[in-house]
Design a binder for this molecule. Sequence first.
Ligand SMILES: Cc1cc2nc3c(=O)[nH]c(=O)nc-3n(C[C@H](O)[C@H](O)[C@H](O)COP(=O)(O)OP(=O)(O)OC[C@H]3O[C@@H](n4cnc5c(N)ncnc54)[C@H](O)[C@@H]3O)c2cc1C
Length: 426
Amino acid sequence: MSAEREAIDFDVLFVGGGPASLAGAIKLMHLAKEKNLSLEVALIEKGAEIGSHAVSGAVLNPVALKELIPDYMEKTCPIETTVNDDEFYFLSKKGAYKLPLKPRYLHNKGYYIISLSKFTRWLGGIAENLGVNIFPGFDGKEVLYADDGKTIVGIRTGDKGLGKDGEPRENFEPGIDLMAKVTVFGEGARGSLIKDVEQKLQIASGKMPQVYETGIKEVIQLSKDNYFTTSKGNDIHVFGYPLGLGTPGGGFIYEMKDDKIAIGYLTALSYEDPRIDPFELFIEFKKHPFVAKIISGGKVIEQGARTVPTGGYFSIPELAADGALFIGAGAAMHNTPALKGIHVSMKSGMLAAEAIVNAIEKDSLSKDTLGYYQELFEKSWLRKEIYEGRNFSQALVKKGVMKFIHLGAQYFTKGRGIFDQMPLEE
Ligand SMILES: Cc1cc2nc3c(=O)[nH]c(=O)nc-3n(C[C@H](O)[C@H](O)[C@H](O)COP(=O)(O)OP(=O)(O)OC[C@H]3O[C@@H](n4cnc5c(N)ncnc54)[C@H](O)[C@@H]3O)c2cc1C
């Protein structure tokens, strides 16, 4: 039994193996090759393997994928199916009313339905082939700072072989110090390390506090003869029952390959009634006659729950620190009106990669130089997309008719609404 703590040096370390980090790592390797730079790049994922912590079944806007891997089809990207058409319903306690018009953000026709776990595994394989050192089963436990207290120099992974009492067992191995010139935090929503950085370096100071929804998702195996055999749309969104219109949230059902579906329900954590239980709401949603008919006879084969950061543009923290960058859902990269975070997270990782190469070429890894990522963000379609939803979550928490007045005004003014920047609470 060795209690020696090992330290390994990298040029760039990605923390988290979600779409943000994986796209960032792939882009970084592409750029390094183009510029003839030799970089040691590592990526750690706390799940047992890449994709094991991803909640499956999602609609992917392929814009970032097309930029990153234009020949994704030849590279056998695991696409379940393509969205044929969208269906948008209001549910009352017993009825389902199909709305003739869908908000433009939910026009998913032509987008892909993917299993996020298969998709991230596929991205992981590509990253590995490009030379990224991927370490699954390693969780970042602590951020390592230089003596100046503000430069991030890497992370420490968790100890292995601790007993339930927290004491070392025979197989104890102390965590490893993964040292990096640039550490990229891609931990997803509510990352524990980025929270530490927020507290120490105040990167979220003056920003709108982040707000969250809890999403519960299942993959269900249906019989051969199912709703989607005859329906026009294979991408269904609903609102109304069981949550009602007061608290933000709603449900979705997406068709997947081989007669499977992804079904899920999101509940904003801003709910005021303490008796609300997001899992109970999910069950009620599944029992609704419209939904029960679709899933009738099906067998649940996967289940998971995650939080989604829905605050949007005004909740985005500073994107760079000395020696570090923040990407993906952990950095509030989410298109809340469109209910999508994968493509925006991927793009944020890709922009971070550009900023890293620029900083390495300039031989400066300061916040100022790495802050080029912020500049790239401001100029990209990513900012434009997230900016349009900048007041959306603030409007969603309004009560009664005011909610719809705000949402309507925002819809017709590209997000500006009745007043810009709308505060979260009155
Ligand atoms: C119910 C639900 C439905 C959704 N549907 C869609 C959809 O249809 N379309 C869409 O575009 N988006 C959807 N999203 C959002 C989308 O999943 C996220 O926006 C996206 O996955 C964010 O990517 P990310 O890489 O930033 O983070 P994540 O995908 O969360 O990945 C972060 C990874 O980092 C790992 N990790 C975290 N902390 C550490 C640590 N300290 N050390 C090591 N590893 C760590 C985690 O295990 C995880 O694998 C949905 C989300 C939910 C919850």
